[in-house]
Design a protein around this ligand. Structure first.
Ligand code: TRH
Length: 352
C-alpha cells in the first residue's frame, strides 16, 4: 500500500520520533511511505542515515496528486492541509487519526471507532497496552539489541541516561544515586536536559565535556542528540534511564531496566492521571511486592513534582526493581506491534 503520514510538531522531538518509527515499521512491512512534516530539520536530527532510502520525506504542505495514496495517517490528530483534506472528503481513502499513548481504560473503547470528522472513511487509532488497542512500536531491532546487551551493573558501575525537561526534582534522584555503593556514569543529552543539569549544579558543561563529583560517585558526560537508532542502543545498554515524553518512555520500558518518566506536562494535571494509569498497569503486570510498587509510585510522583522524595537507599531495592522491569518487558513484548496492527486495520478498511 501507499501510505502518507502527516506530522505536525507540537513541541520537542516526540511527534517526529513516533512518526519516524511508525513510517519505518510500515516500510519494513513492504508499504510505500511518504512522511509529510512541518519541521524536517527536527525530523532529520533524529532520523537514521538510511531513512531517506526507505521513506520519502516531504514538507507538510507539499502538494500530492489526488489518488496517490491508499491511506492517510494524521498523526496526533493533526489537521491536514486544506487541499489534501478537500480531496479526501470526496474519496473512500481511509484517514486514520492516530492519537497519543495512554494506559487509561477508555482507550480500548475508542480504538478503531469512526471519527465524527467529515471524512467518509475516518477512524481513530490508539496505541496502547492491551490486545484491544493498536499496541506499541515493538520493532524487532529493539528485541535484538536487548538480547545482546551489556549485563546489568557490569563492573559495579551504573550507566545512566538523562533526557528530561526542566526539573528541579532531579536533585533528589542524583542524591539517591550518589548515596549508592555503585558509582553512576550519567550521559546527559544537550538541550533541556543539559540546561537543567547545569542550572541545578551551577555548572557550564558543553557537549563533549565531562564532569565528576568530588567523591567520584557521579560523573556526567554530555552527548549531542544522536539518531534514534543510536539512542536505542544507548538506552538498552544502560542500567537506569531517566526519560521524558511518549517515545522515549516506550523505549525505556521495553528495555526491561529501571526507569523514571518525566511525563510531558499538560494543563489541569491531566498528565498525572496518565502517569497514574500507567503506574497501575506497570504494577499489575510485572510486580510481586506491593511495598516496592508503592515506593516506585512515590519516586515517579516526586520526579513529576507531585510529592516528597522517599527517604530510601537505592541499593536496597534496585535489583528487585530491575527484575520487575524485566517482567514488564515480557508483557510488553507480547503486545501487538503498532505498525503491524495499523497495516492490518487499513487493509480491512480498504477491503470492505
Ligand atoms: O521530545 P519529547 O519531549 O516529545 C514530546 C513528547 O512526545 C510528548 O509526549 C508530546 O506530547 C510532546 O512532545 C508534543 O519526548 P519523547 O517523546 O521522548 O521524544 C524524544 C524523541 O527523540 C524520541 O523519538 C527519542 C529521540 N531521541 C533521539 O533520537 N536521539 C537522542 O539523542 C535523544 C535524547 C532522543
Amino acid at each position: 500500500m501507499r501510505i502518507d503520514i502527516y506530522c505536525k510538531i507540537v513541541d520537542n522531538y516526540g511527534d517526529a520520533g513516533v512518526c519516524l518509527r511508525l513510517a519505518r515499521g510500515l516500510a519494513a512491512l513492504g508499504h510505500k511511505l511518504r512522511l509529510l512534516c512541518d519541521d524536517l530539520t527536527v525530523l532529520r536530527t533524529i532520523a537514521a542515515p538510511d531513512d531517506e532510502h526507505i521513506l520519502t520525506l516531504l514538507p507538510f504542505e507539499a502538494q500530492v496528486p489526488a489518488g496517490s495514496a491508499d491511506a492517510v495517517v494524521a498523526a496526533f490528530l493533526c489537521r491536514l492541509p486544506e487541499p489534501r483534506a478537500q480531496d479526501l472528503r470526496h474519496s473512500r481513502v481511509p484517514v486514520i487519526f492516530l492519537d497519543y499513548l495512554s494506559a487509561e481504560k477508555w482507550v480500548e473503547d475508542f480504538h478503531g471507532l469512526r471519527s465524527p470528522l467529515d471524512f467518509p472513511e475516518g477512524y481513530y487509532f490508539y496505541p496502547g497496552f492491551t490486545d484491544h488497542t493498536g499496541g506499541l512500536m515493538l520493532d524487532p531491532r529493539l528485541k535484538e539489541l536487548c538480547a545482546h546487551r551489556r549485563p546489568y551493573l557490569q563492573d559495579g558501575i551504573r550507566r545512566v541516561t538523562l533526557f528530561s525537561y526542566h526539573n528541579q526534582e532531579l536533585q533528589g534522584i542524583l542524591e539517591l544515586l550518589s548515596d549508592s555503593r555503585y558509582p553512576s556514569q550519567i550521559k546527559v543529552f544537550t538541550g533541556l536536559p543539559l540546561d537543567n543539569l547545569n542550572r541545578l549544579l551551577s555548572l557550564q558543561l558543553q557537549p563533549g565535556e565531562r564532569w565528576q563529583s568530588r567523591d567520584g560517585k557521579l560523573s556526567f558526560t554530555v552527548s549531542r542528540m544522536v539518531s534514534q537508532e543510536r539512542y536505542d542502543e544507548i538506552l538498552v545498554n544502560s542500567d537506569f534511564n531517566l526519560v521524558r515524553g511518549e517515545d522515549s518512555i516506550v523505549r525505556a520500558m521495553c528495555c526491561g531496566r529501571p526507569f523514571l518518566w518525566q511525563i510531558y506536562p499538560q494543563s489541569e494535571d491531566s498528565h498525572i492521571v496518565k502517569l497514574q494509569a500507567f503506574m497501575d498497569l506497570f504494577k499489575e503486570k510485572g510486580l510481586a511486592d506491593p511495598k516496592l510498587g508503592a515506593l516506585i509510585d512515590q519516586l515517579q510522583l516526586y520526579y513529576n513534582q507531585h510529592g516528597a522524595c522517599p527517604q530510601v537507599k537505592l541499593d536496597d531495592f534496585e535489583v528487585a526493581w530491575q527484575q520487575w522491569c524485566g517482567c514488564f518487558q515480557c508483557y510488553l513484548f507480547a503486545l501487538p506491534n503498532l505498525a503491524q496492527s495499523l497495516s492490518e486495520f487499513i487493509l480491512k478498511k480498504i477491503e470492505v
